[in-house]
Design a protein around this ligand. Structure first.
Ligand SMILES: *[C@@H]1O[C@H](CO)[C@@H](O)[C@H](O)[C@H]1NC(C)=O
Ligand SMILES: *[C@@H]1O[C@H](CO)[C@@H](O)[C@H](O)[C@H]1NC(C)=O
Ligand SMILES: *[C@@H]1O[C@H](CO)[C@@H](O)[C@H](O)[C@H]1NC(C)=O
Ligand SMILES: *[C@@H]1O[C@H](CO)[C@@H](O)[C@H](O)[C@H]1NC(C)=O
Ligand SMILES: *[C@@H]1O[C@H](CO)[C@@H](O)[C@H](O)[C@H]1NC(C)=O
Length: 841
């Protein structure tokens, strides 16, 4: 009897303990609220938890959703963000989250006082009892007895967009889904920063700080937002933009829960932007910030005012559209462009003599009050704009090239918040009076006046600096400098001149600023060759007749100085036929200048992506270029005394000398690595999207294999004559890598070859290069060959024995699955992305 009794007690105890052990329930029901010290965990992969939390530094308790498997507590959604339970979590064991019979969700404190509640709209509930469940995608869903959704957290985002969540307007449901940053890291209540979709005109996403617009995405161009040039996808990410009568929304999806990623609006981001995309890197136990906005000066709304154009690669960043002149030359000269620009010649609508000038690579102006016609073709747009006297510009509304997607956007009045990119963006057609259309001489004169003002203002400063340097030059006659002192971290002027004789003594000729200014005709625009990684590049000629390329470190660039030193140190130590040679440098005051041998044929992209110039690159030349780049890279990775990862290989960094010998340049991003570091992790990802390996772009992990990936992209671009980025017009939505891979698998690769080769190429060599290129861009870095293996493969004549490439990285990048309404007729528009180099005289 006694024994029996004990058994009963035991069983009762076990029964009592059981729920405590397997506590991971995911649902609450009427009469079974969630208590303050308890959490719900989603079933399935168990990705999300819902419970009470107190932010660090706060005295309040909130109900929130966070990642169950991420070791850093990261709250992605808050129910009662403005209506907390007073006191911290530990003291709030009695607080509850409950759901009522009729679907009302409520948070109450320990005294059962309700501090926050939501009820579904009348008619949404079809009989109780209701339940609330945390789903494995992070959505808290309240459903009625029939399982219909009465209310869900995804319709009320906090500051984070999770995969599957939408931002934008659902007209049918009368909902506007926005992101609102926390007031501070200790206070989830709504702060001043809001990200929301503006649906008037051509819809785009804006970020506000209170009443002020801070950033805008630019409209969706059918593939991406035109103001987000660095959109990347990874492992099957997809972006979805829906624009129809029912909703205008943006969302993104991941193929499965193993990819932990979020887009958040973070008011404390400052240098890391406001909108941030993060991925969780389990190996590092950290979040990796892989994209953010605003990113640079020109991202700030209306930096250059109406009809002004912002370009981070020029100094100053603001200039006027062709045919326009600064409204206030005084403030313009003081580098304040916000007043914008005015037309030189009024439009002449009645006589019909107006025309259009093209601004290339533009982020189109603010579209809030623009007029959009999703049915018009490019030519119809032009005609319509010309007929309407208030129309000042137009652009195409959809560049995806998908059937049924075309249309145009037309602007009236001043064109606000314009910027240009080196090689992104779209064509903007700006209306001008006939007088301003043809020659640029008139506008040049006015620009010259502005330049004169700028020059006279800065001249005073330069004179002062120059005076100082003349005085100093007299003091220290040294014309050469030991650069090794830089590597020791000393970059004071004393260190530069007196630090000879330590470690590797690298004597690099140092030139006077005046000598360089003379050689480049005062850094004249006519001598400008293009834009380097951190400033403009000029052509020059030294007194002895030697031609040089002069690379200046632009003063607006913040990271430039370290990168400049990095480049000098690295490149001064490197000597190879396929690396660009540094001749000297010049440092005076703020100006830092590198002097290189001059490359008569500019850069590879200058030829490759230009319809006429690419004809000059026959297959033999292209093949030699591929081999040359491979040798240069092998030298960097393995053969030089310093093992170097370049990190920013791209066609614009491959320079060509007069014999078309390729030379790798731009070492501003390069890193030296020890022989035992197989890979390096960085949380500051630099480089160029489109050439960047997926593991680097997403996780910040780089190794020699990331350079191999970029090399593979370059090889494929050389074969096809097309950019990896910007090729969306192929069948389906494949990018260049995926397209090449699928054609290889179909045994149909030769259709890829650049038409400009006119069928004259060695198909064995092409196939070999194609295979090598695809081996280099495989998703998994371990699958990619080393550069030594690449050279062996290039040298082999047996293409068939090469391994079969696996799926390339970023292959799953797909264009938007934009809703296709039947009224949008077929029209393929491919905006050609052209060269980054500015043509010399
Ligand atoms: C609950 O009520 C008591 C008595 O009115 C009060 O002292 C206490 O602060 C209340 N607690 C909360 C969490 O509001
Ligand atoms: C998740 O998706 C990635 C990419 O598609 C894939 O490599 C991985 O195997 C998937 N994981 C699971 C658990 O399905
Ligand atoms: C907000 O941004 C800062 C700076 O980039 C970062 O340190 C912080 O972790 C971010 N907060 C969240 C919640 O991601
Ligand atoms: C239209 O053309 C006529 C003749 O060339 C000219 O006199 C007139 O000023 C023009 N109108 C406008 C608005 O420019
Ligand atoms: C002319 O353009 C303005 C502004 O873009 C627009 O509001 C107006 O409807 C247009 N008029 C016609 C007739 O298309």
């Amino acid at each position: 009897m006694v024994a029996n009794h004990q058994l009963c007690l035991c069983l009762a105890l076990i029964l009592l303990l059981l729920p405590a052990v397997s506590r991971a329930r995911d649902t609450i029901a009427p009469g079974q609220p969630l208590r303050g010290n308890d959490t719900l965990v989603s079933s399935g992969a168990g990705s999300f938890a819902l419970g009470f939390f107190t932010p660090p530094g706060s005295n309040n308790t909130y109900v929130g959703v966070w990642y169950a498997k991420v070791s850093l507590r990261t709250v992605v959604w808050v129910a009662n963000r403005a209506d907390p339970v007073r006191g911290i979590v530990g003291d709030n064991g009695g607080a509850t989250l409950s759901v009522s019979h009729d679907c009302t969700l409520a948070v109450a404190d320990a005294n059962s006082t309700v501090v926050w509640s939501v009820s579904p709209p009348p008619g949404a509930v079809h009989g109780g009892p209701c339940t609330a469940r945390i789903q494995d995608n992070g959505n808290l869903v309240v459903s009625d007895a029939r399982g219909r959704v009465a209310w869900q957290g995804f319709d009320y985002p906090t500051d984070t967009l999770l995969p599957g969540m939408r931002v934008g307007v659902d007209f049918a449901a009368g909902k506007n889904m926005t992101l609102t940053a926390w007031a501070s890291p200790s206070d989830p209540s709504p702060g001043p920063f809001v990200a929301a979709m503006v649906t008037s005109g051509d819809p785009e996403v804006f970020v506000w700080n209170g009443p002020n617009k801070v950033w805008r995405s630019g409209p969706w161009d059918g593939v991406q937002f035109t103001g987000v040039p660095d959109t990347v996808t990874y492992m099957g990410f997809t972006f979805r933009f829906v624009n129809n009568a029912h909703e205008v929304t943006y969302s993104f999806q991941v193929p499965n829960a193993s990819i932990v990623t979020r887009l958040a609006l973070n008011s404390t981001g400052v240098s890391g932007g406001l909108l941030q995309r993060w991925t969780w890197v389990e190996a590092a136990g950290a979040w990796n910030l892989y994209w953010y906005a605003p990113k640079d000066q020109c991202d700030t709304v209306s930096q250059c005012g109406p009809n002004g154009v912002c370009d981070t690669n020029t100094v100053p960043v603001c200039s006027c559209l062709h045919g326009f002149t600064p409204r206030s030359s005084a403030s313009w000269a003081l580098r304040d462009g916000r007043a914008g620009c005015v037309r030189e010649t009024p439009l002449d609508c009645t006589n019909g003599t107006d025309g259009f000038t093209v601004l290339q690579h533009a982020k189109v102006p603010d579209t809030t009050s623009a007029v959009v016609d999703y049915d018009a073709s490019g030519e119809q747009c032009k005609q319509r704009c010309l007929r309407n006297c208030s129309c000042t510009a137009y652009a195409r509304a959809n560049l995806s090239g998908e059937p049924g997607h075309r249309g145009c956007v037309m602007w009236a009045g001043g064109l606000a918040d314009l910027r240009v990119y080196p090689a992104f963006g779209q064509n903007l057609y700006v209306r001008l009076a006939a007088a301003d259309l043809g020659s640029r001489s008139k506008s040049k004169k006015k620009v010259n006046i502005v330049v004169a003002i700028v020059v006279s203002i800065t001249a005073v400063g330069i004179l002062a600096i120059a005076g100082f340097f003349i005085w100093r030059a007299k003091r220290t006659k040294a014309r050469k400098l030991g650069l090794s002192t830089w590597s020791a971290g000393s970059h004071s002027k004393e260190g530069l001149n007196e630090g000879k004789g330590h470690g590797d003594d690298l004597d690099l000729p140092m030139y006077d600023f005046e000598t360089i200014a003379e050689a480049t005709e005062g850094f004249s625009t006519d001598n400008k060759l293009g834009e380097g990684g951190f400033g403009p590049v000029y052509k020059g000629k030294l007194e002895d007749g030697q031609e040089i390329a002069v690379k200046t470190l632009s003063r607006t660039s913040t990271q430039g100085l370290d990168e400049f030193k990095n480049e000098v140190l690295l490149i001064a130590k490197l000597q190879h036929r396929n690396l660009v040679r540094l001749i000297g440098c010049s440092i005076s005051g703020q100006e830092k200048i590198l002097i290189y041998e001059y490359m008569a044929n500019k850069s590879l992209d200058y030829f490759l992506f230009d319809k006429t110039k690419s004809k000059l690159l026959d297959w033999q030349t292209r093949y030699r270029i591929i081999e040359g780049i491979a040798r240069g890279l092998l030298y960097l990775h393995q053969d030089s005394r310093y093992r170097i990862i370049h990190r920013d290989l791209k066609t614009s960094n491959i320079l060509l000398d007069k014999d078309m010998t390729p030379k790798i340049s731009d070492f501003g991003m390069a890193r030296m690595f020890g022989s035992d570091d197989a890979e390096i992790n960085t949380l500051r990802v630099v480089g160029t999207y489109g050439y960047m390996a997926p593991e680097y772009a997403m996780d910040g992990v780089f190794s020699v294999k990331s350079d191999v990936f970029s090399f593979g992209v370059i090889v494929l671009e050389i074969i096809t004559g097309k950019r990896n980025r910007g090729v969306y017009s192929y069948s389906g939505h494949l990018n260049l890598l995926a397209h090449a891979w699928s054609l290889l698998n179909e045994g149909n690769s030769l259709v890829l070859v650049d038409e400009n080769l006119k069928g004259s190429f060695n198909s064995d060599e092409v196939l070999k290069c194609l295979k090598v290129g695809l081996l280099c861009v495989q998703e998994n870095p371990d699958d990619r060959p080393l550069m030594s293996q690449v050279l062996l493969m290039l040298a082999s004549t047996d293409t068939a024995s090469l391994p079969t490439p696996k799926q390339p990285g970023f292959a799953a990048r797909r264009a938007a699955t934009e809703d296709t309404s039947s009224s949008k007729p077929d029209c393929s528009i491919v905006d050609s992305m052209t060269i980054t180099m500015v043509e010399g005289r």
